[in-house]
Design a protein around this ligand. Structure first.
Ligand code: SF4
Ligand code: SF4
Length: 81
């Protein structure tokens, strides 16, 4: 089984500082310039597939706005010999 990830970003806590966007080694996060949080910031969001669940984004977030879920993903079946 391969391991993938999914992140949930709280728009209550996110202040759009971009630290997570810069820190993500997979470059799958972005600042949502078309959204505003209740406090008036543009929040971070997942922009593409490819999150590995490494949790670096959650570690660097100064506002503890990110929860990372690691998920097992089935590998494709090997080709028949
Ligand atoms: S868990 Fe890792 S790969 Fe996924 S969004 Fe966060 S930093 Fe990027
Ligand atoms: S590091 Fe945290 S506060 Fe900053 S943009 Fe990312 S989720 Fe928002």
């Amino acid at each position: 089984m391969a391991v993938g990830g999914r992140v949930v970003i709280s728009e209550i806590f996110c202040k759009g500082c971009e630290l997570c966007v810069s820190a993500c080694p997979q470059q799958v996060l972005e600042i949502a310039t078309d959204r505003l949080t209740p406090k008036g910031f543009h929040p971070a969001r997942l922009k593409a597939e490819g999150c590995t669940g490494c949790a670096i984004c959650a570690l660097v977030c100064p506002d503890a706005a990110i929860t990372v879920y690691r998920e097992l993903q089935p590998r494709p079946a090997p080709a028949a010999a």
